[in-house]
Design a protein around this ligand. Structure first.
Ligand SMILES: *[C@@H]1O[C@H](CO)[C@@H](O)[C@H](O)[C@H]1NC(C)=O
Ligand SMILES: *[C@@H]1O[C@H](CO)[C@@H](O)[C@H](O)[C@H]1NC(C)=O
Ligand SMILES: *[C@@H]1O[C@H](CO)[C@@H](O)[C@H](O)[C@H]1NC(C)=O
Ligand SMILES: *[C@@H]1O[C@H](CO)[C@@H](O)[C@H](O)[C@H]1NC(C)=O
Ligand SMILES: *[C@@H]1O[C@H](CO)[C@@H](O)[C@H](O)[C@H]1NC(C)=O
Ligand SMILES: *[C@H]1O[C@@H](CO)[C@H](O)[C@@H](O)[C@@H]1NC(C)=O
Length: 575
């Protein structure tokens, strides 16, 4: 993340609007010194999502497993709940669920990072030597790439990092904007012995490039003439991630040459203009250093796949060599105002880490919360074979509605009765469709789904639901929405209706949904993790304790809950 988006946040958020009265009323007329009934309530802090004890957090940086310990670094402002003074915060974990905070790993100290230690990655070099490659904002305000090494390789926690004097190791090349050149990826080593990394950049025509750099010794880096990827459809791209996925099965692969396993490659880019993460799947020809996407469509990033259609950005994966899986982290930002964040004393969190693999169809990724999350499951309730006719509602009782994990499967007996879509939707039309079709607008098949963090009279609720359509060519189109518009009675929140299409095969007339509810964050996984949406909401009734979870159907066709399991979740020990 960069200063530009910070400026745009300032411009569009109410800190500078004429909202003094509301701000005062909300925060200071409150008689409770503990801020119990305000947006600053502790009730909005999460129980099983990664957050530092206080202050601002954004991008995940350099996640890795090193000698049996998981490390997560993150963009962190040690002084405030708003963006600025960016350092690398550092926490460690044995299970990716419970975390211990450590001292800040990187802070601005040298001419090459005087104005900030921005995002980057770790790579574990042969001989089990971890190394950090990160973006520094140098004394002139330009983006440069730097290296940091563990001070004491025998320290199991890797507490201290040193920045060698030969930094920076990369500066923006001629033809590229030196303020738009950042976030080096985890490095991979080719058969020729050269290390490679890719760095997001913008040329003077404002076109994005995933530049490729090579090095033999990790010190001297040369830019390859041809970028790994370029697009005319976007300006700056951030946090480029590039990694192999096996063609069959869920097994993850390390970043370097994947010997015998048949692999495809994923290139993920954070499009800075709209702060969405998009990915392409394709082939990587190492000898030519060429990435050839299979699904880039007309060089239009709006049509590319996304990991998540909600509050989700700056994601980054790493390979867990012990459990042979690839794990995804991402930043989820607040939906409230900067002034709210200052009063709260914190802003931002990380999604629950997700395992990522290639779908059987080879065309998209599938994501699922890591197994370890299930260790927090407490009391369980189950529902089975419940029919919901038009207007039907069932409450899920017996688990704490603000701290739950719900897995369910819907069956649609008459899915052939899906309404015909009379126009062709493009991939990026889902959010628009969700805005037009809220949960109260009746269709034939759907809307049906969950109402979470809901008040008894539904004055406040977040609706996560599906609608099924038929195209003229006979395919079924499943729309998934996560609608925040009625999520809270607090004013001035960001309340979009997020949406994505779910590429599921309707042959059996079934759609699954998993939803993680954790106070102010709701992560939903549709179609077995093929479409994911993260929402950030702050229901007022959460503070009064009157919240519920419902399953609903507002379509004219009956849908069935084949099976539903809901667990109350324990609080993890996080920082
Ligand atoms: C950055 O740190 C300086 C020195 O502590 C402080 O004066 C300034 O307000 C901080 N800025 C932000 C945005 O946190
Ligand atoms: C390096 O770390 C090890 C393990 O914690 C410790 O025993 C050793 O004293 C440290 N070395 C230095 C120079 O600090
Ligand atoms: C470089 O990028 C910055 C930030 O987007 C922009 O303000 C500036 O005009 C760009 N410089 C050039 C020479 O294009
Ligand atoms: C971008 O535009 C340039 C010049 O118009 C063209 O040469 C190039 O092929 C385009 N790139 C892509 C990826 O379409
Ligand atoms: C379902 O539809 C009815 C009637 O339109 C409406 O009152 C109700 O609020 C809807 N449910 C949801 C969750 O919007
Ligand atoms: C998160 O907050 C919302 C509301 O303020 C903005 O619209 C998003 O752009 C922002 N996302 C990021 C990644 O900053």
């Amino acid at each position: 993340m960069a200063w530009l988006s910070f400026i745009s946040l300032l411009l569009c958020l109410p800190a500078f609007r004429n909202d003094g009265d509301e701000f005062f009323r909300r925060h200071f007329l409150n008689p409770d010194p503990e801020k119990a009934f305000s947006i600053a309530s502790k009730q909005y802090r999460t129980a099983f999502h990664f957050q530092p004890p206080q202050n601002w957090i954004n991008d995940p940086n350099g996640p890795m497993l090193y000698n049996g310990i998981y490390h997560l670094f993150y963009q962190y402002n040690p002084f405030s709940a708003k963006w600025g003074n960016i350092t690398w915060g550092h926490s460690i974990s044995g299970d990716l669920i419970n975390w211990t905070p450590l001292d800040i790993a990187l802070r601005p100290s040298d001419p090459f990072d005087l104005h900030g230690c921005w995002s980057g990655s770790t790579t574990i070099l042969p001989g089990n030597k971890p190394i950090i490659l990160y973006t520094g904002i140098n004394e002139a305000g330009y983006n440069v790439q730097n290296i940091a090494l563990p001070k004491n390789i025998s320290d199991p926690f890797l507490l201290e990092w040193v920045k060698p004097p030969y930094n920076p190791v990369m500066i923006a090349a001629d033809g590229f904007n030196a303020t738009q050149f950042r976030d080096p990826s985890t490095c991979w080593q080719g058969k020729d012995g050269f290390w490679r990394t890719t760095v997001g950049a913008e040329d003077f025509e404002m076109k994005a490039k995933a530049l490729l750099y090579k090095s033999e010794d990790f010190m001297r880096w040369t830019r390859a003439e041809r970028p790994l990827f370029s697009t005319n459809s976007s300006s700056m791209i951030e946090c480029v991630d590039f990694f192999p996925v096996s063609v069959k099965g869920k097994r993850g692969l390390g970043s370097s040459s994947t010997d015998s396993v048949e692999a495809k490659y994923v290139l993920k880019m954070g499009v800075f203009d709209n702060t969405h993460d998009y990915y392409l799947i394709g082939r990587y020809m190492e000898e030519l250093d060429e990435f050839i996407p299979e699904n880039a469509f007309e060089d239009d990033h709006r049509l590319w796949a996304r990991y998540d259609y909600g509050s989700f950005y700056a994601s980054k994966t790493f390979f867990d060599a012990e459990k042979k899986r690839r794990i995804l982290w991402a930043w989820s930002n607040e939906s409230d105002t900067i002034s709210d964040d200052i009063v709260k004393g914190w802003a931002g969190l990380q999604i629950v880490p997700r395992t990522v693999w290639l779908d059987d169809n080879g065309k998209q990724l599938v994501q699922w919360p890591i197994r370890e999350l299930e260790s927090l499951r407490l009391k369980k309730v189950e529902l089975k074979h419940i029919e919901l006719s038009e207007g039907g509602v069932v409450e899920i009782k017996g688990v704490k509605a603000s701290q739950a994990d719900i897995e369910m499967e819907f069956e649609i007996p008459e899915f052939r009765k899906a309404e015909l879509m009379n126009h062709e939707w493009k991939l990026d039309d889902a959010q628009m469709a969700c805005h037009q079709m809220d949960a109260s607008i009746r269709g034939s098949i759907g809307p049906f789904g969950l109402l979470v963090l809901a008040s008894h009279n539904l004055e406040e609720h977040t609706a996560i639901f599906f609608r099924v359509f038929r195209s003229r060519t006979g395919d079924y189109i499943v729309l998934m929405c996560s609608d925040q518009r009625k999520s809270s009675l607090w004013p001035e929140l960001y309340k979009p209706a997020f949406g994505g299409f779910v590429p599921v095969d309707m042959k059996e007339g079934r759609i699954s949904l998993r939803t993680l509810i954790d106070h102010s964050v709701i992560e939903s996984f549709g179609g077995g993790g093929r479409t994911c949406i993260t929402a950030r909401v702050y229901p007022k009734l959460l503070l009064a304790g009157g919240i519920h979870t419902y399953v609903f159907n507002n379509g004219s066709e009956t849908v069935k809950i084949r099976k539903l399991q809901a667990w109350e979740m324990a609080k993890a020990r996080i920082n």
